[in-house]
Design a protein around this ligand. Structure first.
Ligand code: ADP
Length: 375
């Protein structure tokens, strides 16, 4: 978080803390948000990430005040905000459909929240100009929405959300309607603005890459619950369960039985055919229990031969079934057992050997890179 007073324009007060405790929303019979606990720190960029229907937007709407909560509480800097209507919460809002006013030009769109708050005319001029500079739209102050591209319209929406220096900005799929390259560019801009202004951002997306690029912390939702919250690296490398492991990218999930349950250290998983693999267990294991070894495809190396045993390295022999060129990576599907295919991704760097379909290979990866998952 940057010190807001040291940044150029406009200088926001610090972001607020938002705490959700047991927050629940029931529609009909369904608990679409089910006991969500989340503490968002002042100035934190926190994403709610999950598949469609997992309860992200409903959670955001409860924070915004557009949806009531059926149980639990939401606090802003330690104070319950249940009785405060949306327009009095003082949050900046940006949604997917830009929702900029077509009858007002860019300047007036951005000035709108300031006029609604009764700001003096001179102050409004300065502040709107600063906000338009932040989103690089100074030259478009007199334009109307029909004269702007999708990306420009979304910049207007962002300028309007930040112009009154909110301590919290809520964004729901704000880049959903933009094409891939523009999305990435806008992600960089949003992050830059948030760093400069120091506000707290709660950001809803179903796009894993977007969440990873933007967030200090990602809360992953499934079926109305937060299944894991952590830094992008944390949730990618240390998923709490198979759902998170699969949702954040390609994952190999190798089933077996725990034969050595070693508290903090490396446990041993024995496959159905008796081969053994080592992995780190994040929770207490019981010897004999079924478990799944999790390993990302890019962590696995391919070798032509098996090396002598090294307890720090897992090795599995197999045969290349398919090789796909994906541009920057080569993806192999390797048959390890009749019922087990393992995905391996290697950088297309022109240096590594390329293995053709049908070749016998050994998969190798560091035991410390793999996890034993119980759920
Ligand atoms: P997400 O943002 O993760 O896609 P939502 O929060 O929009 O998920 O929706 C979660 C669930 O709640 C969905 O099953 C959706 O159909 C349901 N839902 C959302 N809003 C309403 C509503 N106003 N009335 C009834 N059901 C709703």
């Amino acid at each position: 978080m940057t010190d807001a007073s040291s940044s150029a324009t406009p200088s926001a007060r610090k972001g607020s803390a938002i705490t959700l405790a047991g927050v629940t929303k029931v529609y009909g019979e369904e608990r679409v948000v089910d006991g969500v606990d989340l503490s968002i720190r002042p100035g934190e960029f926190c994403s709610l990430l999950g598949p469609s229907g997992s309860g992200k937007t409903t959670t955001l709407m409860m924070i915004a005040g557009f949806a009531g909560i059926d149980a639990g509480r939401i606090e802003l800097d330690g104070k319950d905000i249940a009785g405060i209507p949306p327009n009095k919460r003082g949050f900046g809002l940006v949604f997917q459909n830009y929702a900029i006013f077509p009858h007002l030009n860019v300047f007036e769109n951005v000035a709108f929240p300031l006029r609604a708050r009764g700001w003096a005319k001179e102050e409004i001029g300065d502040r709107v100009t600063q906000a338009l500079r932040l989103v690089r739209l100074e030259r478009f102050a007199a334009s109307f929405s029909r004269q702007l591209s999708g990306g420009q319209q979304q910049r207007v929406a962002i300028a309007r959300a930040i112009v009154f220096e909110p301590s919290v900005v809520l964004m729901d799929e704000p880049l959903g309607a933009l094409d891939k390259n523009l999305r990435y560019e806008m992600q960089t801009e949003i992050k830059e603005i948030q760093k400069q202004l120091g506000m707290t951002v709660v950001y809803v997306t179903h796009d894993q890459e977007e969440a990873m690029n933007l967030s200090d912390r990602i809360a992953i939702m499934n079926a109305g619950r937060i299944v894991q919250a952590g830094s992008p690296r944390d949730v990618y490398e240390r998923p709490a369960d198979r759902f998170v492991g699969r949702f954040l990218g390609e994952a190999n999930l190798i089933p077996g039985a725990v034969t050595v349950a070693a508290g903090e250290g490396q446990s041993v998983l024995t496959l159905a055919d008796g081969r053994t693999l080592r992995a780190v267990a994040m929770e207490a294991l019981t010897a004999g229990a079924g478990a799944t070894l999790f390993i990302r495809p890019e962590q696995i190396e391919l070798a032509a031969t098996q090396n002598s045993a090294d307890p720090d390295i897992n090795q599995l022999s197999g045969r290349i079934e398919t090789l796909s060129f994906l541009g920057n990576t080569l993806r192999y599907m390797v048959r390890v057992a009749d019922d087990l295919l393992v995905m391996v991704e290697r950088p297309n760097n022109g240096r590594d050997a390329i293995f053709a379909a049908g070749t016998a290979v050994t998969l190798r990866w560091r035991a410390a890179q793999s996890l034993l998952l119980m759920r």
